[in-house]
Ligand binder design. Sequence first.
Ligand code: PLP
Length: 445
Amino acid sequence: MKGKSHVIKPLLDKEYPTVSHGRGVYLYDIEGKAYLDGCSGAVTTNIGHGVQSVIDAMNEQAKKVSFTYRSQFTSEAAEALATKLASWTPGDLDYVFFVNSGSEATETAMKIAIQYWQEQGRISKNKILSRWMSYHGITLGALSMSGHILRRKRFIPLLEEFPSIEPPYCYRCPFNSTYPSCDLLCANQLEQAIHRIGADNIAAFIAEPIIGASAGAVTPPPYYYQRIKEICERHDILFIADEVMTGNGRTGKPFGIDHWDVVPDLMALGKGMAAGYTPMAAAIASKRIIDVIAAGSQSIMSGHTFSANPQSAAVSLAVMQYIEDNQLIAKSEERGLQLLSGLQTLMQKHDIIGDVRGKGLLCGIEFVKNRTTKETFPLGLGVTERAIEKAKNNGLLIYNASGGIDGQAGDSVIVAPPFVISEEEINELLFILDQSIGELTLELE
Ligand code: PLP
């Protein structure tokens, strides 16, 4: 390993810049170089860096108490945050189990779903169905649910075979069909999987409303989730919306699933929940689920030392308040339209862009070798990594979203700046992206 650092970084032999500070949509390294945070870190810093009201809330809570254990105390901050979340979530998704990362959130949602059926004596209902080309987290339970080939690969012997249906990936339809004449074959496949595995063996189906880390903002067609929910209900299977990336206003609505007007039974939140100021995540359950557990064992069999940490709760509450006070969800929609239209213009200019997509400030770009045939670049060329590196050199951060399906999905990146980005800053982002993709094209010729 190069150098003197004892920190294990994503690539052991790579040099990473050392961050100095962040302001608004920019990060600065200790050499003084500025980076436009075009992907909010890992689609996390939804309100940008250095927001004073969040820093104040952090200080105020630290002066009172920073840590309490959830088996001994609740806190004003956790109570107020859960109430605020319940006012944002659709339907009766009103009960919040606090955790510390998106992986913990999806895994907790999975366990609550299994427990819900156990409490009713239906103990064989313990499998979770999910899609290929999905990502629900890195811990073994969450990875079992994830259809992210690259991240599963090394651990396959330890994983359950949960991914069972194809993704709603219209750009490369797994059924070689076209919406709407396809009649949502990708959603209907859930019903076939249920018949094959048996509804008596299935607790829940989990999906990211818009596919993130494994494919770059792949957005299902209209009515997709209405069909999914209808199939789940008909077979007594819970629907978990993994809103870790799409939640908290990222897509121009409070939650990604709101674009389909569907109320899930469980939701997982993370990333933007505290906008990166502290670790904070949650599994949110509907009243129907909590009522069953309250009438049964009375206790959800999960929890972490740092669950419902008052410091993180105070910060997350201040983040939600800042989003409300500054109408940032509407901003995410408005700036998102500007960003998507700018990406469409870049696509006309650069042949290596095969598709652009997304909602609100969650946009994706897919690179192709041939736009007509949609032929992908060979994996070994590392096109995604090279695009990210070029942009970074030019002062723009974008997010790696490749690795969904070997050979079937192309190289993809996510562009997802903080909601506070201005019109001029979006133009700057597009300018640097244009320049970087131009440089990459020259290199690939
Ligand atoms: N679920 C989704 C949809 C995600 O995008 C991610 C992270 O990228 C996770 C879960 C896992 O979250 P974390 O990395 O905080 O464990």
